[in-house]
Ligand binder design. Sequence first.
Ligand SMILES: Nc1ncnc2c1ncn2[C@@H]1O[C@H](COP(=O)(O)OP(=O)(O)OP(=O)(O)O)[C@@H](O)[C@H]1O
Ligand SMILES: [Mg+2]
Length: 484
Amino acid sequence: MSERLTPDELRTLFLFESLTDDQLDWIAARGYGKTFDGPSEVFVEGAPATCLYILLDGEVQQLRRSGDDDVLLTTTAQRGVYAGAVRAFVTVPNTQQPDTQQPDRQLPDTQQYVNTLRTTGPARFFVMDADDFSAFMRDQFPMATHLLDGLYLGLRNAEQQTRQRDKLVALGTLSAGLAHELNNPAGAAVRATSTLRERVAGMRHKLGLLAEGKVPSAQLRRLVQLQEDVVERAAKAPRLTALEAADREDELSDWLDDHGVSGSWELAPRLVAGGLDAGWAEQFATDVEPELLEGAIRWIAYSVETEALMGEIEDAVERISTLVAAVKQYSHLDQASEQEVDVHDGLESTLVLLGHKLRGVEIVRDYDRSLPRIPAHGGELNQVWTNLVDNAADALGGHGTLTIRTALDHDTLLVEVRDDGPGIPPEVQNRVFEAFFTTKGVGAGTGLGLDISQRIVVHGHRGDLRMHSTPGDTCFEVRLPLRR
Ligand SMILES: Nc1ncnc2c1ncn2[C@@H]1O[C@H](COP(=O)(O)OP(=O)(O)OP(=O)(O)O)[C@@H](O)[C@H]1O
Ligand SMILES: [Mg+2]
């Protein structure tokens, strides 16, 4: 149902009250009245913004999508309120489009409805096409539209800069510990390598002595064979408690003294660390000429040590590659576009990168590995995992349990980050998602972690982020749609 409105009728709307007769005539000729007989959807968030609606009679509600729910923003029956293509006259330079954060959006946000409008019962509107409205504004109020263009672009740039800042905040959390984390294994590898160099030089020297002609070649061959047995044994050696090790060292030390091997006090610990004991020495002695015993035992001590040092280097380098792989995975996902993401990859690399904060914390992974990949901005989700795990780590303070669970929940993918720390006091529970709300000391927290996470999950992914907390059980639940 559409009808014309008279210029006099239009003048009663506050939006039009200061317009000239000519202007009102122009508008009256192009706009039209539209009536809804009962509760109806006038327009839907995200659809092309083709019309400007001005309420004449009835009551309207504005809603905004958040996750799976439409959240009610306002209910009003005020005559003259307007909604819809209110920004149709703003021109956005092409370089600003498309929005790289939201590549699924085809339209710049000046040209789509930013929320949903509903009538609660019968209602009547004055409607203008977006193009007419835009032409009218540009023609009649050129200076005002220029100013509004500028204002809009300014806001938009500020928003983009805020997003950039969000990334830096998450990155700061990580890089703080990462340098330290990389430094440890690197330092260990360097130290082990320099000890290894000394030991290998010692071995060369010992080999020279053994081979000075006095050792029959059969005996040398036997020694090399024994050396290999020892290396194998060292690899399988069980970890000893300090007490067990001390006992074995005493026993072996006595054995060495009894067999005329000098320096037993420094030799015994090196041999025991390689999984050797007095029983082994007894056996070894039967294979070696008595006058060669000391040299042979020292030779063996070098062998087990070099083996252990190479193991240390291998561990350190492996740790470094794990970290580098995690960083790569983390940053690789930090591309603007949406990808098919396996959330477990992001969760795992986050756990590796925050490893330094989780020392002493037991980590339980309750993953459903059969979950499908989901369309998401992997890098942004990593920021969410980082913030949630970081908070849990802060709450746990080096002891307790962090449980990460993934599961299918109706048509969403659920990720739970749970800790058994002290919990969030009831009086602040509804404030934790606020920007800049923090209970951490100056310099310890900016209070942005959860605010950023919420924006990424809810606005960026149309998902849902919830929290419940009692002392000893705090759980943050992230729900992400399986499909766009
Ligand atoms: N797992 C948790 N256990 C207890 N309190 C928590 C937990 N997670 C969040 N909080 C509370 O919520 C507040 C806000 O968290 P948020 O991550 O937004 O900021 P922050 O951690 O203080 O600072 P930032 O993350 O910016 O470094 C925290 O200061 C803390 O009081
Ligand atoms: Mg935080």
